[in-house]
Design a protein around this ligand. Sequence first.
Ligand SMILES: [Zn+2]
Length: 180
Amino acid sequence: MKIAQNTVVSVNYKLSDAQNNLIEDGAQPMVYLHGGYENTLPKIEEELDGKDVGYTSTIQIEPEDAFGDYDPNLVKVEDRNRLPEPIEVGMQFEGVAEGSDEEPVIFTVTEIADDKVVLDGNHPLAGMALRFDLSVIDVRAATPEEIAHGHVHGAHGHDHGHGEIDDSEEGDHFRSQPLQ
Ligand SMILES: [Zn+2]
């Protein structure tokens, strides 16, 4: 079966930066609903569209097509006593960016000094060109329910019971996955 609108694609991947430093060695395949559901990066969908099981490819995606440019305005310094203890580099908090009433931003602790903490609201991959090694391992038709929800169910997919209402932010693998 070829990858097309409303197919569920399983793809093994390895993510590196433009200098070929490994960022994420996809231990689990990425499984996503193909066809503009924003389950994965549009450039990945573009690359895989019309392809079949066994297709392999390496693509480089520039920051503007991945997680955007690095925004220095999203970095802020907070007094340590305003944050919970114990605090460690790499911890994440939800917050709202200065002067913005937009949706909350995930801030990552990037530095801890004596009484100050640096919080960075940029996506960990912002400003980076990303290189993906992709290998398609499975393609199947999506179920009507998956199409209605806009994401994959079942193994490696988004697991939730019927009747669950809050279904808006799910099924987004790259964006919701904590990156080490
Ligand atoms: Zn669902």
